[in-house]
Write a protein that binds this ligand. Structure first.
Ligand SMILES: [Mn+2]
Length: 276
């Protein structure tokens, strides 16, 4: 396949001159920023100094209220909750994040990762049958499920509810789940559309924490997983993803969890840039 370089057009000269004066940095650098849509002092500040304060309210995501209410109900009545994810990096980091977090609130939480070769991508009938056999009544699906209309209906027949957390583009019909979290839904007004599957998982626990008065700092330990998902799933590192990746990399550099630490050592990777 032939590849062709497509050069970005030069940033507007007036904008470049104004911003260069305001920031007091080289115009070549400012031009690169203007070409990428950064045209004001505040936008430049947000780009160079990402802040967790700029993360969006998770309840702006369609169905987030329903998802958190259903999880609250499940915890109160000690239901068995299954965290179900895709087998790729985004899926497994998402499962690790939500499972580890919810385990702090219930002894009845477990996880399920489908077999890539035997079950294939997404929610499998086998997985639902396994959930039924093991008395799960709520499945939280991460990084998959947005097109699993039949499987979610099948689970419903068996008395199992679904919460879908996905970032893939929905089809015409949405699955009949208790909550369908996906910023790419046409009717979802969430301001940032490019989160990874693990990023949606993070928004889910952020919403849970917000409602239950859990301090945000307790969530920061999970940002390493989100940063890895952002890199592996190749979502754009803009907006909210840039903030999550920035603080996630700090966590990986400063205080990696045992699994990540082992991978770093095994790969002979030296700790990188330590931003303070
Ligand atoms: Mn994904």
């Amino acid at each position: 396949m032939d590849k062709r370089w497509v050069l970005k057009t030069q940033g507007d000269t007036d904008v470049v001159n104004r911003l260069a004066a305001e920031l007091r940095i080289n115009k070549i650098l400012v031009n690169l920023m203007v070409q990428r849509g950064i045209t004001t002092y505040d936008e430049a500040k947000r780009f160079f100094r990402p802040s967790l304060e700029d993360l969006h309210d998770p309840f702006l995501m369609k169905d987030m209220d329903k998802a958190i209410a259903r999880i609250g109900e499940a915890l109160a009545s000690k239901e068995h909750i299954l965290i179900y994810g895709d087998y790729d990096v985004d899926g497994t980091t998402a499962v690790s994040l939500v499972y580890t977090f919810l385990k702090g609130y219930s002894g009845n939480v477990f996880y399920y990762i489908p077999d890539r070769y035997k079950e294939g991508y997404g929610i499998s009938r086998q997985g639902i049958d396994w959930a039924k056999e093991n008395k799960y009544s709520l499945i939280i699906a991460l990084d998959c499920g947005i097109k699993s209309i039949d499987k979610v209906a099948y689970a419903k027949e068996l008395g199992i509810d679904f919460i879908i957390c996905d970032h893939h583009r929905p089809g015409v019909e949405l699955p009949d789940a208790v909550a369908v979290l996906d910023p790419k839904r046409n009717d979802c007004d969430y301001p940032y559309k490019e989160l990874s599957g693990c990023g949606i998982g993070f928004k889910l626990i952020q919403a849970f924490a917000q409602l239950n008065h859990v301090p945000f700092v307790q969530l920061e330990q999970f940002l390493d997983l989100v940063a890895i998902s952002i890199a592996a799933d190749i979502v754009p590192i803009t907006g909210e993803n840039r903030i999550l990746a920035f603080f996630g990399l700090q966590k990986i550099n400063k205080e990696p969890r045992p699994g990540i630490k082992a991978i770093l050592e095994l790969g002979g990777i030296k700790k990188g840039f330590n931003h303070q």
